[in-house]
Design a binder for this molecule. Sequence first.
Ligand SMILES: Nc1ncnc2c1ncn2[C@@H]1O[C@H](COP(=O)(O)OP(=O)(O)OP(=O)(O)O)[C@@H](O)[C@H]1O
Ligand SMILES: [Mg+2]
Length: 263
Amino acid sequence: MVVDHRAVETGFAFECEGVRESFGGSGAEGRGVLDVSLEVGEGEFLTIVGGSGVGKTTLLKILGGLAPRSAGRVSFRGRPVTSPPEGVVMVFQDYSRSLLPWRTVDHNMSLGLEGGRLAKPERRERIDSALGKVGLSDSKRKYPWQLSGGMQQRLQIARALAVAPEAFLMDEPFGSLDAITKATLQDELARLHGETQMTIVFVTHDVEEAVYLGDRVIVLAGKPAGVAREFDVSLKRPRHQITTREQPEFLDLRHRVHLALGQ
Ligand SMILES: Nc1ncnc2c1ncn2[C@@H]1O[C@H](COP(=O)(O)OP(=O)(O)OP(=O)(O)O)[C@@H](O)[C@H]1O
Ligand SMILES: [Mg+2]
């Protein structure tokens, strides 16, 4: 994979302007699912919350060049997005579909790295390190169907970590995980973000997670859906699972995001 590290003119990683998607519906449906304008700063950790079916996955897919849009403009680092941009990795909500059942854990891991410029030893090291981070080092020779749902999700996350992309589009990546694994991976992702300054757009239905991880939380709502509210999060980093979640700013933001969601 050739990654272009040239300076960004706009200062934004993603820009989308007047992006609409109506999935070809007519009449009332023709109003569409999405009508969004949004900018994601270079290196920003943006979290998105919104009700089920509001259009979060659709928006991520449009940002990642994986879904058509009816209208509007999307760019990544100043370049129009017409297909998946280099350096952008998407972690899907439906993880089972993104793993190849006939390849072992180890060979699923090497998928995203094959054909790249990495020498074999570095590839090996990245794979081992990423599998270690998600607690799958002992499952290298297993096949996806021999893993639990949570393990399959962790494998997908490990695969994305190993690619070390410039931007992550993550669709409820920790949704199906147990609380302990979820907390570990949240902190791992936050650490990785701090180290690499990669841009992350992270969809979740968990308001606490959105506040805990984000530099900014946006609430997607309406029909067609747009950015209904946005909240800047100035909680200092590195954040801590217990103490950060006890801070008045955290509790206040959690409260206000819940209200914005109509909860
Ligand atoms: N390929 C498609 N064709 C037609 N309609 C679609 C398609 N994909 C999504 N939709 C519709 O668009 C709307 C938004 O779907 P989307 O998957 O983006 O929601 P979401 O916010 O991710 O929901 P969830 O939280 O349940 O994952 C839904 O009403 C869905 O039925
Ligand atoms: Mg979704």
